[in-house]
Design a protein around this ligand. Structure first.
Ligand SMILES: *Cc1c(COP(=O)(O)O)cnc(C)c1O
Length: 376
């Protein structure tokens, strides 16, 4: 069976983990964490990058730093992972779901403003498949209504919007290094800050509410409990694992991009024949080959397609069940306007295996299996 995902492994991970262990510095914010953060700051041009235990934790930090009050509202797409929503729910916020665009599967920027109320405090956008949301329009709405913008860039490391790096455009950017993402440390993530205004506050909430980071920089002579916080920093062992992968950024990026392009080349004729729809990458967006998907006619055809792929030894999988139809989504949120595309498009989408190191042979098996479905 060809797996849908195999976690990235570049070869140096164990060496660096051994170095971390022998260096007897395996708690958070050790040398490997610092090195990863430096690479992430350089890559994303952010003023500060903080490794976290997950993208979920980074989103929780961002939600904390938005200073929400119970009853405040946050606008987000329903077509996303639950963590995008949960971070805000934990702060007492109400969720207001906005429909997606059928082309990119991202939040429809044209439907955001009608969802804004007196209580709206933030917009959480998700760059689905590493393809950017329409950030200029979204930032303009945020400015008009004085809203924070949180970028869930879990899938979007290295992607761009009009030349700007995703995760460094809104007020907060959240990356994921889960094993299903382009670069991994098992479980992990990062919070990106585009400017330093909130640096102290971010560091305090990440370090159990203490000013330990200021203490280590020699800015205070002892560290104390300052404010609300939690333990959001990963062990340096995990950072060592990630460090190996970030050093090999280009090789991983190119390998994924190569698979993505070949899928795209081979499948476009099916789209021209009207059999499927394929990812749309707006001209001003640079993507990172996080995902390759196709959209079938409807749920019934997708179910048949996934079964066909499995019979041919290929794990192709669907993706999010819209949050507004889930028990928690119903409890904590409401849908603004009409669900024209969220449910319909999510039921048509199937993802193909795409990971670093996918062999040519396996890739060709995937392609043959897709083609044979439509040749029946
Ligand atoms: C993977 C993912 C997350 C969660 O990331 P973790 O690091 O597993 O917490 C959140 N949002 C989106 C859009 C994701 O794809």
């Amino acid at each position: 069976m060809i797996d849908f995902n195999v976690p990235p492994f570049v070869g140096k991970e164990i060496d660096f983990m051994r170095e971390a262990a022998l260096g007897q510095k395996i708690c958070g914010d050790g040398p490997f964490t610092k090195k990863c953060q430096k690479i992430l700051e350089d890559l994303t041009h952010s003023e500060a990058a903080y490794l976290t235990t997950s993208c979920t934790s980074a989103l929780e930090m961002a939600a904390l730093l938005c200073h929400l009050e119970p009853g405040d509202e946050v606008i987000l797409p329903s077509y996303t992972f639950c963590s995008t929503a949960d971070a805000f729910v934990q702060r007492g916020a109400k969720l207001v779901f906005v429909d997606i665009r059928p082309d990119t599967m991202n939040i429809d920027e044209k439907k955001i403003e009608e969802a804004v109320t007196e209580r709206t405090r933030a917009i959480a956008v998700v760059h689905y498949a590493g393809v950017a949301c329409e950030m200029d329009e979204i930032l303009a709405i945020a400015e008009r209504h004085k809203l924070k913008v949180v970028e869930d860039a879990a899938q979007a490391i290295g992607s761009t919007y009009k030349g700007r790096m995703l995760g460094n455009i809104g007020d907060f950017g959240c990356l994921s290094f889960h094993e299903t993402k382009n670069f991994s440390m098992g479980e992990g993530g990062a919070l990106l800050l585009p400017n330093l205004d909130l640096r102290d506050e971010a560091e305090i909430c990440r370090e159990k509410g203490t000013d330990r980071s200021r203490f280590f920089r020699g800015q205070v002579d002892k560290y104390t409990w300052q404010d609300y916080g939690s333990s959001y920093l990963p062990s340096d062992l995990n950072a060592a694992y990630l460090y190996a992968q970030l050093l090999d950024y280009d090789r991983v990026f190119k390998d994924r991009m190569n698979t993505w392009r070949i899928y795209d080349e081979v499948l476009r004729p099916l789209e021209r024949d009207g059999l499927i729809e394929l990812p749309v990458i707006p001209e001003h967006c640079g993507h990172n080959a996080h995902m390759y998907y196709l959209k079938l006619k409807d749920l019934k055809e997708r179910t048949a397609f996934l079964a066909h792929m499995r019979e041919h030894g290929v794990l192709s999988v669907f993706h999010y069940i819209p949050l507004h139809s889930s028990p928690a989504g119903r409890k904590f949120g409401r849908f603004s306007g009409e669900d024209v595309y969220t449910t319909k498009e999510s039921e048509r989408l199937a993802r193909l295996p795409l990971y670093f190191g996918l062999t040519e042979e396996d890739r060709d098996t995937v392609i043959r299996s897709v083609l044979s479905f439509f040749q029946r």
